[in-house]
Design a protein around this ligand. Sequence first.
Ligand SMILES: *Cc1c(COP(=O)(O)O)cnc(C)c1O
Length: 438
Amino acid sequence: MTDLKTMYRELGIDEEIFRLGEKTERDLSERFEAIDRTAEICQMKVIAAFQKNRVSTECFETSTGYGYNDLGRDMLEAVYADVFHTESALVRAQITCGTHALALAMSANVLPGDEILSPVGKPYDTLEQVIGIVPAPGSLSEYGVSYRQVDLLPDNSFDYEGIRKAINEKTKLVEIQRSKGYLTRPTFSVEQIGSLITFIKSIKPDVICMVDNCYGEFVEMKEPSDVGADLVVGSLIKNPGGGLAPIGGYIAGRADLVERCAYRLTSPGLGREVGASLGVSRSFYQGLFFAPTVVASALKGAIFAANLYEPLGFSCIPSASEERHDIIQAVTLGSPEKVIAFCRGIQAGSPVDSYVTPEPWAMPGYHSDVIMAAGAFYQGSSIELSADGPIEPPYAVYFQGGLTWAHAKFGILKSLQSLKDAGLLCVPAVCNERENVV
Ligand SMILES: *Cc1c(COP(=O)(O)O)cnc(C)c1O
């Protein structure tokens, strides 16, 4: 019988990295059990929503053209609304990505003269041009929508006094980003988001609280929509698509607000009545069905990586022992060479395009060159094991995903092997022979 060590060796993992991996995994068994328990609860939530709505094989049929009376599309939106415990949801292939979903949710719900507030510091890079923090044609700023931001306090807590002062008669929509994105602040828990929303509503009850839920879905038993968010927004090539949705975004929340999103997405008057599903419905349903266990695999990968890299002297956010609120792991590597080697290792561990060597490039919407590793079935799918490294200090990589735990583990070990092979790292046992360059 071929053993795992031999298979790993054939796939380029030496014995030392293999042993380090096995030990790291053994030490994490209790945390992995807790993750499986959360996944089980989220899985029941999804199954209950499917059953309540009587999802049937007819739902997997498709529409073309205008897409009138597309049962599968409409029912999926009811299923999403039930999973997120909201009045309504818009889940569409015509929502091209997470940024588009967020831009749509904001632009549909503000008017000239209104103000958007981010009470959690700078929003995700790509939203800077949507809002107009960085000037761009078609930004909300061009339409007379102003923007205000309250940064987190030095200890990364909410600046409640600052937020109180920032809320004014123009404040219409509050944008709360759950995940840290490319920042080094922590990701907020659903509970923290709930406290923030309660505080904001105590000052201005009718303000719309929208949560950028990217990378957060199914990490916890609750979603921001369970703790007062009026809108939750995300991408289907992240968590809720379960790795099977080939495109798409969702907006779930209060019916009147979601309705405005539908009118903005298609056209006033037409709204959600049009938008052909073009054959993607089955993968949207099946992806949502898989999502809780896929998210669990990705979470295990993130925790495994932190517990592998932190003892080697690399600072990890979240840290090896920290509780998780999204699937992203940041590892500060400290040099461009290490960022590049890490990403090349992830790529080399991929099922698709494993022979490709990624290079840094000037990605649209980002400040610096970014190197991306993504041997994915779907372009840019970041619920699949993938890594992005902006080539700028502190030279951190942000990685996420893993459709299966076994692949997440293997890919992360490949990243470590890649650093070692490039002479950029010594693991403890070989450091006796060589200078420790970590
Ligand atoms: C990924 C992400 C987005 C944008 O999503 P895209 O699909 O890449 O456009 C927005 N916010 C956060 C926190 C994200 O992680």
